[in-house]
Design a protein around this ligand. Structure first.
Ligand code: EPZ
Length: 434
C-alpha cells in the first residue's frame, strides 16, 4: 500500500489547477444508464472512485471508454443492453454505487443492487432512496444483502425527503426523468453537484425545474438521448488547497475553480485571518499574519460543508484560541482527531463537537488515513508539522484527489509517494469505505 512522506515547514506558493468534481462525475456516469445512446463527459477527475464506477458500469454490460490524455479527461459511455446487477465486490468499495439504483429501475424495470453497508464515517443508510422509489411504484425487497427492485414503469409522485440527502436527490432525479407523469420532490439537496446532474439530464432531454433548490419538479419522458457534458470543478478539492495555503502561510492561486461554490468556506477563512481574492474562475489565497480561531458547524449546502470539516480542523490547530468544530451531518466523522492529537494537536471531543485549542505546534508522526477527507486533513497537518510525517493507506486519498502529491509538489511542498504506483493492480484489503 502506498504511503506519503511529507516534510513540513514550506509555505506553498504558485498556482494549482482544480480537477473536475468527483461527486458530480459519479452521478453523471450513472445517468448514462438512462439511454442506449452515447454519453460523453468532459473534465472527469483521474481518481480511484471514477475507476470503480467504470468497473461497475462495465460489469453491467456498458461500454466505457475512459481517457486522461493531456488535453482531455473524458469518458464516453454507451449502455446498450444492460445486466442490471451491481455486485457486492464492487459496491463494498464505494458507497456511491447506490446511485445506479434509480437509473437501473427506470431504464430496465429491474435492479439487483448490493446494499452498500456502512463506512468509516457512519452507517450511510439508503432508506430514503428506497422509500422514494417505492412511492414511485417500485417494489423493493432486501435479501442476502441485496436490494431486489422491480417496476413495470415508475410513475410520478410527490416525494418529501425526511432528511436532506445528496445522492438520494440525485438518484430520484434520474429515476423521475423516465417516469410516467410528474414528480415533485421536496426537501431536496441544493448541492452544486445536484444541479450539475440536472444539467446533464436536461441535455439528454429530461424536463426538470428547480434543480439546485429544495423543490424540484420533473415531467417524465418516454426516452432520453445521448449528450455531451462538462463536469464542474471540484469545490472540495479547491477548499482543501485553500486550507493548504492558509496552514503553511503561503500564497496560492487556484485556477479553473468556481468560487461561488465555496462561499461558506471562503468567509470562514477570512474570519480566521486569511486573505482571499476572487475572480470568476480563480481564487488567490494568502496567509501572512497569525490565524485566529473560529467556530464551524457543518450544514447542507450552502452551509459549511461536512467534506471540509476535517481540513478546517487541521487549520484550527494552528490558530490562536479555541475553535469549536461541530459535525451535524455524519455520526462518526472525527476519525482524524486522534491522528492529529498524535501529531501534537490539543483537541477534545464532546458528542458532535470537537474543541480545538491552538496554536499547537505539530510534530511529524507515523499516522494512518481512515477515510477520504480525514486523510486530506493529515496531509495538511503534515505540511506544517516539524519533521517528516509518514501517512499510510493513501489509497483513501487517491479515491477523491487527482495526484495530490504532484499538485502540492508543484507549489513547493516536500511530499513524495512511496510503495506501489498509483494504480495498484490489487484493490487494497478492502476496508469499508466512505
Ligand atoms: C454525499 O454523500 C457525498 N458523496 C459525500 O461526500 C458528502 O459527505 C455527503 O453527500 C454530504 O454532503 C457523493 O456525493 C458521492 P447524504 P451521501 O445522503 O449522498 C443520511 C466525500 O467525501 N441518510 O447527503 O451519501 C446520512 O446517513 C463524500 O466525497 C439517511 O439517513 O450523503 C447522512 O447522515 C463522503 N438515509 C445524511 O443523511 C438515506 O437514505 C446526509 O447523507 C440517505 C442519507
Amino acid at each position: 500500500m502506498d504511503k506519503f512522506v511529507i516534510r513540513g515547514g514550506t509555505p506553498l506558493r504558485g498556482a494549482i489547477r482544480i480537477s473536475g468534481a468527483k461527486n458530480s462525475a459519479l452521478p453523471c456516469m450513472a445517468a448514462a444508464i438512462l439511454t442506449e445512446d452515447e454519453v460523453t463527459l468532459e473534465n472527469i477527475p483521474d481518481v480511484r472512485d471514477i475507476e470503480t464506477e467504470r468497473k461497475l458500469l462495465v460489469s453491467m454490460g456498458a461500454e466505457v471508454e475512459l481517457g486522461y490524455g493531456r488535453a482531455h479527461h473524458r469518458t464516453r459511455i454507451r449502455c446498450g443492453s444492460l445486466d442490471p446487477v451491481a455486485k457486492y465486490e464492487i459496491v463494498k468499495t464505494m458507497r456511491a454505487s447506490s446511485l445506479v439504483l434509480g437509473p437501473l429501475i427506470a431504464r430496465t424495470g429491474t435492479a439487483r443492487v448490493a446494499m452498500p453497508g456502512g463506512c468509516a464515517i457512519g452507517g450511510r443508510p439508503i432508506d430514503l432512496h428506497i422509500k422514494a422509489l417505492q412511492a414511485m411504484g417500485a417494489e423493493i425487497a432486501q435479501e442476502h444483502g441485496y436490494l431486489e427492485a422491480r417496476a413495470k414503469r415508475l410513475h410520478g409522485a410527490r416525494i418529501v425527503f425526511d432528511k436532506i440527502t445528496v445522492t438520494g436527490t440525485e438518484d430520484l432525479l434520474m429515476a423521475a426523468a423516465l417516469a410516467d407523469g410528474e414528480t415533485c420532490m421536496e426537501n431536496c439537496a441544493c448541492e452544486p453537484e445536484v444541479l450539475d446532474v440536472a444539467k446533464l439530464l436536461s441535455a439528454m432531454g429530461a424536463r426538470i425545474e428547480g434543480a439546485g433548490t429544495a423543490t424540484i419538479r420533473v415531467q417524465g419522458v418516454d426516452r432520453l438521448h445521448g449528450a455531451k457534458h462538462r463536469i464542474h470543478p471540484d469545490r472540495i478539492e479547491a477548499g482543501t488547497f485553500l486550507v493548504a495555503a492558509a496552514i503553511t502561510g503561503g500564497d496560492l492561486t487556484l485556477t479553473g475553480c468556481n468560487p461561488h461554490h465555496l462561499s461558506s468556506v471562503i468567509e470562514k477563512l477570512r474570519e480566521v485571518g486569511v486573505q482571499c481574492e476572487l475572480t470568476a474562475d480563480t481564487i488567490r489565497v494568502r496567509a501572512s499574519g497569525p490565524l485566529r480561531g473560529a467556530n464551524i458547524s457543518t450544514e447542507e449546502y450552502p452551509g459549511f460543508p461536512t467534506d471540509m470539516q476535517a481540513q478546517f480542523m487541521a487549520l484550527a490547530t494552528q490558530a490562536e484560541g479555541t475553535s469549536l468544530v461541530t459535525e451535524n451531518i455524519f455520526e462518526n466523522r472525527f476519525m482524524h482527531v486522534q491522528e492529529l492529537v498524535r501529531m501534537g494537536a490539543n483537541i477534545r471531543v464532546e458528542g458532535r463537537t470537537a474543541a480545538v485549542v491552538g496554536k499547537s505546534p505539530l510534530s511529524a508522526a507515523a499516522v494512518m488515513a481512515s477515510d477520504l477527507r480525514a486523510s486530506a486533513s493529515l496531509v495538511l497537518a503534515a505540511l506544517v508539522a516539524e519533521g517528516e510525517t509518514i501517512i499510510d493507506r493513501v489509497y483513501h486519498i487517491d479515491r477523491g484527489y487527482e495526484r495530490i502529491e504532484e499538485k502540492l509538489r508543484g507549489v513547493g511542498a516536500k511530499i513524495r509517494r512511496i510503495g506501489n504506483v498509483f494504480r495498484e493492480t490489487e484493490e487494497p484489503t478492502a476496508e469499508v469505505t466512505a
